[in-house]
Design a protein around this ligand. Structure first.
Ligand code: ARG
Length: 459
């Protein structure tokens, strides 16, 4: 039972079971780099305010550089007896440089240290994730441009509803991902405040300079209340919640592609390298990538709920429960990074089958709404137009034909407002061309949206 850095008042070491139970170094080693960055800034500030001598600062920096090097090379030993990454690095520093290493923890507690580390880590994670989401948007945009004029059914209630252009469907996801990026950017503003200098909970009697550390670490401001600074993890909840929504979007997209790839739809074919086989059915091409994305989404929701639950009963201020925040944050970020990166790589290989899309448009009377709107343009109140269009659908149903195959005379028996030009509203290709409202699923609107995103995603 080794003596701890905090072990001054104890006569025995920790029980091995408690030691194993309470360690976090097995996962918070993820924070090693940001922990060192925070320590460097802190030490520089201690020097500035005269709490550290120049030679101590030099020794600390040298020691931290050698630790960073060992971590990078994989030769650093993570010992569970050190509890967490903060202790491990401080101990390694003292081992390397001796006495000056014992000065680093002046005016600092692991409470403000870990909160700082986690904020630095989240800031980097947000930036990394933003660029991955953007790449996925670009991949979706490329596919949209490649299939600019592919017409397919749009669905409500999973029933064929109205004809749409494929780009509109993909652009919908580009919009969702755009909002996910906005949410992350918004969370970043609140992540980007510095807890360090709040010490254990009350601040310090020493004359430190928090603004200096803030600027050194690129934070936008200070956490302004020492007790709040070290005890809240609302910023983790915000980040993971933005990620949970991102995953919801990726999961919906996955579900769409899974349906499209089924023999029932036949709208897309997965490339060999993105399909998985069955161990018993030789003919299978399984969309595991997409199913896993859907499945992993559930795990990320779990991360969010775990974090929220972790916080709800905590008395002020720091409680060790908070150590349980990191696995969730790390898991959510890692999962989202992998999902966005993998889907972006997968997108260009997705093959769309135009024939299948055309075949899907044959049944389901997708032009019935356009037909009603045709009648509205001829002066019929919409409710009447709706009914008339319904009667014409029934006609077609009886003869097992498409709306466009109905002879003009038959339709005119239902409504004399119908003229030869009706056929312009009875073919999916025509219908998607005449959508006019802002944001509609065809016509000029889709072209405009493609141009808008082309410009936005160039930057
Ligand atoms: N490993 C701890 C955590 O993640 C660091 C802070 C420890 N603070 C303490 N007072 N024991 O929360």
């Amino acid at each position: 039972m080794a003596k701890k850095l905090w072990g001054g008042r104890f006569q025995t070491g920790m029980h091995p079971l408690l030691e194993a139970y309470s360690e976090s170094i097995s996962y918070d080693r993820e924070l090693a780099c940001v922990d060192i960055r925070g320590s460097r800034a802190h030490a520089k500030m201690l020097r500035k305010v005269g709490l550290l001598q120049a030679k101590d600062l030099a020794a600390i920096n040298k020691g931290l550089t050698s630790i960073a090097e060992a971590i990078r090379k994989g030769s650093f030993t993570y010992d569970p007896a050190d509890e967490d990454i903060h202790m491990a690095i401080e101990k390694a520093l003292i081992r390397r440089i001796g006495e000056p290493g014992r000065k680093l923890h002046t005016a600092r507690s692991r409470n403000d240290q870990v909160a700082t580390d986690l904020r630095l880590w989240c800031r980097e994670a947000i930036d990394g994730l933003d660029s991955k989401i953007k790449s996925l948007q670009q991949a979706l945009l490329k596919t949209s441009q490649k299939h600019k004029d592919l017409i397919m059914p749009g669905y409500t209630h999973l029933q064929r509803a109205q004809p749409i252009l494929l780009p509109q469907h993909l652009l919908a996801y580009i919009e969702m991902l755009g909002r996910d990026r906005e949410r992350l950017a918004d969370a970043r503003k609140r992540v980007n405040h510095l807890p360090l200098g709040s010490c254990a909970l009350a601040g310090t009697t020493l004359k430190i300079d928090r603004e200096f550390v803030q600027k050194e670490l690129g934070f936008e401001g200070l956490c302004e209340n020492s007790m709040d600074a070290i005890s809240d993890r609302d910023f983790c909840v915000e980040v993971v919640s933005a990620i949970a929504l991102l995953m919801a979007h990726l999961s919906r997209f996955s579900e769409d592609v899974i349906l499209w790839a089924s023999a029932e739809w036949g709208l897309v074919k997965l490339a060999d390298e993105w399909s998985t086989g069955s161990s018993i059915m030789p003919q299978k091409r399984n969309p595991d990538l997409l199913e896993l994305t859907r499945g992993k989404t559930g795990r990320v929701y779990g991360d969010l709920v775990a974090l929220l639950t972790l916080l709800k009963g905590l008395p002020m201020t720091y409680n060790r429960d908070l150590q349980e925040d990191k696995p969730q944050v790390f898991d959510a970020v890692r999962t989202a990074l992998a999902a966005t990166e993998t889907l972006a790589a997968f997108m260009p290989t997705l093959k769309f089958n135009r024939k299948a899309a055309t075949a899907l448009l044959q049944d389901g009377y997708l032009e019935a709404t356009a037909l009603a709107e045709y009648l509205v343009e001829k002066g019929l109140p919409f409710r009447r137009a709706h009914e008339t269009s319904g009667q014409i659908v029934r006609l077609a149903e009886k003869q097992s034909c498409r709306l466009a195959e109905l002879p003009l005379a038959q339709m005119q028996k239902v409504s004399e407002l119908i003229k030869q030009d009706i056929y312009k509203s009875l073919d999916s290709a025509n219908v998607v061309g005449i959508y006019k409202s802002a944001g509609a699923a065809g016509g000029k609107e889709v072209r405009k949206a493609l141009e808008k995103w082309q410009k936005r995603l160039q930057k």
